[in-house]
Design a protein around this ligand. Structure first.
Ligand code: FAD
Length: 413
């Protein structure tokens, strides 16, 4: 790998107006990082990445590079883009240990609560702890990471990275309270009363969207987001039907195959998929099959019941077939997106949500309760890790202003 990434770095044209940075949602200074890397200054390169995006090493595994930085690389116009994700992975992975070893906690007198430890919560906790805030993370699950641990399968994102993030939090003096749901015994408004100067909410989108059809509550039917939390406890059997063809559905299919299911079929209600091309290809390579133009009507004893789409000459759907088609399988997994859970919302007076269940925030990421900020999927609805980081950085900027802390522009752009 080392040789490959050196070759890749040497191919960088160090463009004056780098399109790769434009294509990156968090505007990573890609050419500068590559220059530092070429000068063998790994610490400077790693620091640049981490300061701009504390989730840099995670992004190097899960970002949709071909549509973002690499997709914009000028080299890609006539040949092959620079494989920046490989460089980022090497540099950020190396730097994370260095950060854990060298960082020392500092205190500025401000006390902050972070609810949720997904990429949004982790970004806020790390950036605010670095400027001296006393940060406590409240996490509903038994370990940190959010979707990074309880959604994205380990074969795509090694959990050892999250163990190292936990060490980074410890080194920064961040307190972590696992198995603690805000909206349960502890309430959001209670945190403010308890002496926290500001609260960040990064609780993600964990309620499975349902299909609104008969049969969803059967014993052999699961929601993808629930299944991925702990796949080994679900006995799916050999034949699995997956309803939906997005990224979550691809992760579910690949996980089911790895857990022993032999015939895994994904059903799309149109002529394509909504997942990244790479994810679709990998799911197919793993052995999953995709069937198009199937509209689910119900789930009965034996499995899902579909109607076929009727298409006109131009391939547009003009209706559904009169006949139904029954598919036999051992279990059905529904993967048709997620929305935020509303427990926290229901228990907090004055916290406004949109019709979609996402939190209402102003331009500084402050919610309708003063001192409470939010970002990530709980605000945007299901998006991506790098978008959660971008939102979290805006929230950090808003929180620092609210707390009267001076911010360096390069730290919280
Ligand atoms: P989350 O990661 O959802 O974290 C929220 C955290 O808050 C969780 O730890 C949760 O337990 C905790 N929490 C919730 N409610 C409470 C409460 N009341 N009290 C305390 N804690 C609470 N994006 C990519 O960029 N690339 C990918 O390859 C990719 N794959 C994905 C695969 C799957 C299966 C899924 C579901 C999503 C994927 N995404 C991917 C999307 C990405 O993971 C999310 O957009 C991102 O994790 C959102 O970050 P977040 O911090 O807002 O929320």
């Amino acid at each position: 790998m080392a040789l490959h990434i050196i070759d890749e770095a040497n191919r960088c044209l160090n463009c004056k107006r780098p399109l790769c940075c434009k294509g990156c949602p968090v505007h990573t200074s890609i050419p500068q990082v590559i220059q530092k890397f070429k000068q063998r200054d790994l610490v400077a390169a790693g620091q640049m990445l981490f300061d701009n995006n504390p989730m840099s090493v995670i992004c190097s595994y899960v970002c949709n590079y071909s549509q973002q930085c690499e997709g914009y690389c000028i080299r890609g116009k006539k040949g092959t883009s620079i494989h920046f994700s490989a460089i980022e992975q090497y540099v950020s992975d190396t730097y994370l240990d260095r950060f854990i070893r060298d960082v020392k906690p500092t205190y500025n007198g401000k006390v902050v609560a972070v609810v949720g430890s997904g990429p949004a919560g982790l970004t806020v906790a790390i950036q605010l702890a670095r400027v001296g805030c006393d940060v406590t993370i409240f996490e509903q699950k038994m370990d940190i990471g959010g979707v990074l641990r309880y959604g994205i399968p380990e074969f795509r994102l090694p959990h050892q990275l999250l163990a190292r993030y936990r060490k980074a939090l410890d080194a920064l003096g961040v307190h972590v309270r696992p198995n603690t749901t805000i909206g349960g015994a502890l309430k959001l408004d209670g945190l403010l009363r308890d002496g926290y100067d500001a609260v960040f909410v990064g609780t993600g989108a964990w309620r499975a969207r349902t299909l609104g059809i008969k049969g969803q509550a059967r014993g052999n039917v699961y929601f993808g987001i629930d299944y991925l939390i702990n796949p080994s406890v679900c006995n799916l059997g050999s034949d699995v039907a997956i309803i939906g063809v997005g990224n979550v559905a691809m992760d579910v299919a690949r996980t089911a195959i790895r857990n022993g299911s032999r015939h895994v079929t994904l059903y799309s209600n149109w002529g394509g998929t909504s997942a990244n091309t790479d994810e679709v290809e990998l799911a197919q390579l793993d052995g999953a099959k995709i069937i198009y133009w199937k509209s689910i009507e119900s789930i009965d004893d034996g499995g899902p019941v579909f109607r076929n789409s009727i298409l006109d000459d131009e391939g547009q759907v003009v209706g559904l077939s009169d006949e139904t088609e029954h598919v036999n399988c051992d279990s059905v997994i529904i993967c048709v997106s997620q929305v935020p859970k509303d427990k926290l919302l229901l228990t907090t007076k004055g916290l406004a949500a949109t019709d979609r269940g996402t939190l209402v925030v102003d331009e500084n990421c402050m919610c309708t309760v003063p001192g409470v900020f939010a970002a990530g999927d709980v605000v945007s609805g299901p998006k991506t890790v790098v978008h959660a980081v971008v939102g979290a950085k805006h929230a950090v900027a808003g929180m620092m202003d609210y707390l009267g802390l001076q911010r360096a522009d390069d730290e919280v752009e």
